[in-house]
Design a protein around this ligand. Structure first.
Ligand code: AFP
Length: 343
């Protein structure tokens, strides 16, 4: 594709069969809605968007912010001409049913990172498009069945990350023309990295393998990884994912021992499945720590799943620490916690 090519042109040439036309229509609808959402975010309090609670809660009990609700309404309205069987939204307790004969269904988080709105930080929209088979319950297949997935980052630029199952492309919104233009094609996650992202305030709640991994990073050049690491935590999944696509890194939101966090915080259908699809399509990895996220099938719309994603060398390392705890011991420094000599 040519640099600067528009998303619309890519979608026009995506294919002629009904399912591909439906995928193209859905991506186009989300892109169109994201232009409106981006303008709202850019106006903030001037458009009455304050990040204040909307006085309600979503299915998972999260307090709904004004922009959560407005973004969801915008996306639903944009879907009016898209042939979908069902919509699964973070902001809706139940599925929104469409045409049971339609070729696709869509799961989406209309506004990820909404606790960042009132602090003027990056937020986003995440989406996953799956095939629909008449007579089959929507969203009952593993994540590997996704047809397309991606996310919009409402940051200094508004950018849309997209995979249609053949690599990952990134488009940035040309605000004057109100159209997305290609800026990066066939994006690859750098295999090695010196950056990890985790909410370190949860250290005491983590399982041992996660502690072992973070301790290895904290040990730096003198430790088992023999290099110094940097840490990031933005509190916005889309921003972390975009950074990883840009310069590598690993993001962890693991299961932890807090009540309700036994499967982490992120939701499978509209957060970890789409992120996993994008990361694998970009040559990275996405795991729960014990299994591939794309092998998971949802038991319920708002089911959670742990997410460890990014540079494949780090995802593999973290999986090894989960499956073979002694791996941490084998690399501990001679004078380290598990070395020959206790200090
Ligand atoms: P909100 O949408 O409630 O702000 O949650 C954002 C999020 O789902 C994800 O975008 C962040 O990576 C993660 O939660 C941050 O979680 P902590 O607040 O527990 O660090």
């Amino acid at each position: 594709m040519d640099q600067g090519q528009t998303l619309s042109r890519l979608l026009e040439s995506y294919g002629t069969d009904p399912r591909k036309r439906a995928v193209a229509a859905a991506v186009g609808a989300i892109a169109g809605a994201s232009v409106e959402i981006s303008e709202l975010i850019g106006q903030g309090a001037l458009a009455g968007i304050t990040g204040a609670a909307h006085g309600s809660a979503n299915a998972d009990g999260d307090v709904q912010k004004d922009l959560d609700v407005k973004a969801d309404e915008t996306i639903i309205a944009a879907m009016k001409d898209v042939p979908y069987a069902a919509l699964a939204s973070e902001e809706s307790d139940t599925l929104m049913m469409g045409d049971p004969q339609a070729p696709i269904s869509i799961a989406y988080d209309p506004l990820d990172g909404s606790s960042n709105i009132d602090t003027n930080m990056t937020v986003g929209t995440i989406f996953s498009i799956i095939p629909n088979e008449p007579g089959v319950t929507p969203f009952s297949a593993p994540g590997s069945c996704q047809l397309a997935a991606g996310f919009v980052v409402y940051g200094p630029q508004t950018s849309l990350v997209l995979t249609l199952g053949d690599g990952v492309d990134i488009f940035t919104l040309d605000r004057k023309a109100k159209t997305y233009r290609l800026i990066r094609e066939r994006v690859k996650v750098p295999a090695d990295t010196a950056e990890y992202a985790i909410n370190a305030s949860n250290h005491r709640h983590w399982e041992q393998p996660v502690r072992d991994f973070v301790d290895e990073c904290l040990a730096g050049a003198d430790g088992p990884r023999a290099k110094d690491f940097n840490m990031r935590w933005i509190g916005s999944l889309v921003a972390e994912a975009y950074r990883i696509l840009t310069r590598g890194g690993v993001f962890l939101y693991p299961a932890d021992q807090r009540p309700g966090y036994g499967e982490g915080r992120l939701r499978l259908l509209y957060e970890t499945h789409p992120m996993a699809f994008v990361m694998e399509q970009a040559g990275g990895g996405a795991s729960t720590g014990r299994e591939r996220v794309l092998d998971l099938t949802a038991r319920a719309i708002h089911q959670r799943s742990p997410l460890i994603m990014g540079s494949i060398d780090k995802v593999n390392r973290i999986e090894l620490l989960h499956t073979d705890p002694s791996a941490a011991a084998r690399t501990a420094p001679l004078f380290g916690r598990r070395g020959l000599f206790r200090v």
